[in-house]
Design a protein around this ligand. Structure first.
Ligand code: SF4
Ligand code: SF4
Length: 423
């Protein structure tokens, strides 16, 4: 396998958005009558399920499919399960979606179930995985965990989002409280924070080390943070946790602080919504809220073939359904008018070399894609460094032939992981 060093990014110059001074409170989206929760476990028709249509759930109740399941979600409302069915993501991974019809009379004023939270990471992992911000508790609680450094990210990883900055500006005390909890619960020797250059909060972090990231994309992606600030090049095919780093969003840290204080879970997720004209809205919505409810509040009409992008313009994925639910790790959602969706093509590569110049990992993307287009994933990995890709999306952004390079690469990485797992 080739191991390339990171080259200097020569183009393009894309800037992260810096949050406005003194940001307003997010607009609250009312709790909907039906919420959709995704559970990362497929339905197994040969097993007796713990839940079925008609099962009543309490606010804050853990929901598992089977006895012994390690995957779970938490109901953000008191209500009744009205549907359980199979969900397939864009790679064909199968999981389960659960629709809960909320008991409106109880939802707003009923407090959530209290948890018996103990002072250890296993206990946090038992109850708090699906909190807003999606704290990576399974990783921290894993017996194989080698995490030495926890990095709290107050910097948004994709363009246009200001969700993490908002949390950092508004809830700094909670972040500090949550950092102390993480320190107590985990075995990490060090906890630090990354803050975008220009966001004026670093002086208030007390003794915690603060690292300022540049405002040029993709400086906030974990691989770039490790290279630029921790003198660590992520080896091909490895994740930050493989080299001892755990990245956790500022919102997840705040959620942990609240959960330990109140002994229960919170369910309100902060999101940045970008409308068709580029208007930006900051909202607070209950996890499981269908996006359609948020769009309705701002009179964003979704027409046939409009595109909804979850996760930012560079690294997000498209969904064509406005029923997609708000998820714990969802920071930004973009709505693109069908007439303004950048066209992708099946034109051949014209060998302009722009993708190579733009790639921060120095990958010969023009050669790589030739193998990915014909499903030769192992060759793509061995000869053209597929696994060194840090998934920034810059190659696709600059491609003259409008080849969907990023989609090819993500699928290729997914397939190679499956191939390696089967060996
Ligand atoms: S997404 Fe493209 S530009 Fe970014 S690291 Fe991967 S190959 Fe390089
Ligand atoms: S940017 Fe697109 S067209 Fe140009 S070399 Fe790369 S893949 Fe080929």
């Amino acid at each position: 396998m080739i191991k390339r060093s990171f080259f200097t990014l020569t183009q393009p110059k894309l800037k992260y958005d810096l949050i406005e001074p003194d940001p307003k409170e997010p607009e609250s989206i009312p709790v909907p009558s039906s919420l959709i929760l995704l559970l990362n476990e497929p339905i197994d028709s040969t097993r007796q399920s713990l839940i079925k249509k008609g099962t009543c759930v309490k606010k804050g109740e853990k929901i598992c499919l089977y006895d012994g399941s390690t995957e779970y979600t938490i109901s953000p409302v008191a209500g009744t399960i009205s549907s359980i069915d199979t969900y397939s993501d864009d790679f064909g991974n199968i999981s389960t979606y659960i629709i809960i019809k909320s008991n409106q009379s109880q939802t707003t004023d009923m407090s959530a179930l209290a948890y018996d939270l103990k002072e250890d990471i296993a206990s946090a992992d038992e109850y708090l995985r699906p909190l807003p911000g999606a704290p990576p508790l399974a990783m921290l609680a894993s017996e194989d965990s080698k995490i030495n450094t926890i990095v709290i990210t107050c910097a948004d990883s994709d363009l246009l989002s200001t969700t993490r900055q908002y949390i950092a500006v508004k809830y700094l005390d909670k972040i500090k409280e949550g950092a102390l909890i993480l320190k107590r619960l985990s075995n990490a020797a060090k906890i630090c924070a990354i803050v975008p250059q220009g966001l004026k909060i670093q002086a208030d972090f007390d003794s915690m080390q603060v690292v300022n990231t540049a405002n040029e994309y993709p400086s906030n992606l974990p691989a770039m943070v490790l290279k630029d600030h921790f003198n660590t090049i992520l080896p091909a095919g490895k994740t930050p946790s493989d080299v001892g780093y755990c990245f956790i969003s500022a919102e997840a840290v705040v959620s942990l602080a609240n959960a330990y204080k109140n002994k229960t879970a919170g369910f309100e997720k902060v999101l940045t919504i970008i409308g068709k004209q580029g208007n930006k809205y900051r909202v607070k919505a209950t996890i499981g809220t269908p996006l359609r409810k948020i769009f309705n509040q701002f009179s964003i009409h979704i027409n046939d073939q409009d595109r909804i992008v979850i996760g930012g313009p560079m690294t997000g994925f498209a969904t064509f359904t406005p029923h997609h639910p708000v998820r714990p790790d969802m920071d930004v959602v973009i709505v693109q008018d069908r007439d303004h969706i950048p066209e992708l093509s099946d034109n051949p590569c014209v060998n302009c070399g722009k993708c190579i110049q733009a790639c921060p990992a120095g990958i010969p993307v023009n050669m790589l894609v030739r193998y990915l287009e014909v499903d030769q994933y192992e060759e793509a990995a061995d000869k053209y460094d597929l696994e060194s890709c840090i998934e920034c999306g810059l190659c696709a952004y600059v491609c003259t032939a409008r080849i969907p390079l990023y989609q090819y690469i993500r699928l290729g990485k997914h397939e190679i992981l499956k191939l390696r797992a089967d060996i």
